[in-house]
Design a binder for this molecule. Structure first.
Ligand SMILES: Cc1cc2nc3c(=O)[nH]c(=O)nc-3n(C[C@H](O)[C@H](O)[C@H](O)COP(=O)(O)OP(=O)(O)OC[C@H]3O[C@@H](n4cnc5c(N)ncnc54)[C@H](O)[C@@H]3O)c2cc1C
Length: 288
């Protein structure tokens, strides 16, 4: 099928882009790399009356080092640009661990990290990653800028804290605690590569016991989430195999586990426990 008819804007400044969004409430959609939106439009599952193509907004390009040791990723940064960035891969290795397996070459060349976060597909990988990194999301509208913690951004399947007139402009990842290790483990749907279950872990020990444990989980519920029960069970332990397995047993606690043609709820919850355990083990193995 071909998409339904739509108007097309290509603003040259962020101010112009948010002005167009404000003047077209509920009818305009931001177009970034188009890897999710254009497919939905071709199937007529999405019928925006107007596309606001942000591809010309130089303000949204680039990866910057933050003075505190963190990283800022502009909304137009593609997966490929992250993989090719020595700054991003050295400061936040978790990004490349998750991105390397996303889609195919074309998806990684065109798709943006911010587009994945704004889209909030329950099976997408980046939400789990930004949750584990305690990233902040910078959002602009005609009324100014606000910064949202990733933990309060993902609200449901394809639903986020973003309002219709808001543009996600930057992802800010704070410096991670010294000595932590990071890892991403997932069970892929073999045809699409989307995660049936994905687990991102940032874990560290001080003086023989676990002092940092941040676990982001995707694919399991309607929205990606922090596995708080796992984190609580792991903190203060020695991080040995038994402690990790006991903590990972809580991976699907407190969420409504999804069920579809790829995995029923019982299998999905078990895969969440397995992949959370593996991600923690790998993160601890990588810790300094
Ligand atoms: C074949 C294929 C395989 C894939 N496999 C995977 C996979 O294995 N894992 C995975 O996680 N993902 C996968 N994806 C999804 C892919 O990662 C996303 O489609 C992509 O990252 C979205 O970014 P985009 O720039 O293309 O966004 P678009 O498609 O341009 O936009 C997506 C949505 O986000 C909104 N949006 C985009 N940018 C902004 C912004 N800055 N501010 C506000 N709203 C915005 C748009 O309005 C739209 O609703 C796959 C996609 C395809 C086509």
């Amino acid at each position: 099928m071909i998409p339904a008819a739509f108007e097309y804007d290509r603003p040259t400044t962020v101010a112009e882009a948010v002005d167009i969004l404000a003047r077209n409430p509920g009818t305009a959609k931001v177009l970034a790399g188009g890897q999710s939106l254009l497919g939905l439009m071709r199937l007529r599952l999405a019928r925006p009356e107007r596309l606001v193509d942000i591809g010309g907004l130089a303000e949204l390009r680039g990866i910057r080092a933050l003075p505190d040791g963190g990283l800022a990723i502009g909304a137009l940064v593609t997966y490929r640009e992250v993989l090719d960035s020595a700054l991003a891969t050295s400061r936040v290795p978790l990004l490349a661990m998750a991105i390397a397996d996303i889609g195919d070459v074309q998806v990684r060349n065109r798709g943006t990290v911010a587009g994945s976060i704004a889209h909030a597909d329950p099976a997408s990988d980046m939400p789990a990653v930004v949750l584990a990194l305690e990233a902040s999301l910078v959002v602009r509208s005609g009324s100014g800028e606000r910064v949202v913690n990733a933990t309060s951004f993902f609200e449901g399947a394809f639903v986020t804290d973003l309002a219709e007139d808001e543009l996600l402009t930057e992802i800010r990842i704070p410096a991670q605690p010294t000595g932590v290790g990071m890892a991403y483990r997932h069970l892929e749907q073999p045809a699409s590569g989307y995660s049936i279950v994905g687990a991102a872990a940032v874990v560290g020990r001080t003086g023989g016991s676990i002092t940092t444990a941040r676990i982001g989980v995707t694919g399991v519920a309607d929205a990606a989430y922090r596995a708080s029960a796992v984190e609580a069970a792991l903190i203060g332990t020695d991080g040995g195999a038994a402690a990790i397995a006991a903590a990972a047993a809580h991976a699907a606690e407190g969420v409504a586990v999804g069920s579809d043609i790829h995995a029923d709820a019982i299998y999905r919850a078990e895969m969440a426990r397995v992949h959370v355990r593996r991600a923690i083990e790998a993160a601890l193995g990588a810790a300094g």
